[in-house]
Design a protein. Structure first.
Length: 162
């Protein structure tokens, strides 16, 4: 999901895709806002603020303040961790703290012209619209996501071995 934004996804670091950030955000404030918006969406992992400098791609050579998502410590709970909701919540927190932040990348993504990359990644504009709507609450996105999450849980059930 971070590929559809102007945030670095940590490419060119030793922890790509485990962290995200930018030179112009305050990760501690973002985490605090995430906690105030939907603390239950943070279950199953632990977060910490960090500093990193990408060696290529977005924000190359710039010191970025970001958030690292930890899944290799005792806080990890496979059944509780919901990465899509976690990342959506981070976008919502950034939008709340920085209303004019240029969050969404506008470029041809996966050969799609005329659509924002975040919309292609998420199969439509619903996530972006939720993030950008100052009146939309986590509950609203949960209502949209719940049917798909339940369908996926049902579809994969027969393939679970343990």
């Amino acid at each position: 999901m971070v590929e559809g934004t102007n945030l670095s996804e940590g490419r060119g670091t030793t922890r790509p895709l485990e962290l995200f950030g930018a030179p112009d955000i305050d990760a501690q404030r973002v985490m605090k806002e995430m906690h105030s918006l939907a603390p239950q969406w943070l279950d199953g992992c632990s977060l910490r603020d960090c500093w990193f400098e990408p060696t290529f791609h977005k924000h190359v050579g710039q010191l970025c303040n970001g958030i690292q998502i930890h899944l290799d410590d005792p806080s990890y709970d496979h059944n509780a961790f919901r990465p899509w909701r976690l990342q959506a919540l981070a976008f919502k927190a950034i939008r709340a703290l920085y209303p004019d932040y240029d969050l969404w990348r506008d470029f041809a993504y996966e050969y799609e012209e005329g659509k924002l990359a975040i919309d292609v990644i998420n199969g439509g504009p619903h996530l972006r619209q939720w993030v950008d709507d100052p009146n939309a609450a986590p509950y609203d996105l949960g209502v949209l996501a719940e049917p798909d999450e339940q369908a996926w849980a049902e579809e994969r059930k027969e393939y679970l071995l343990y």
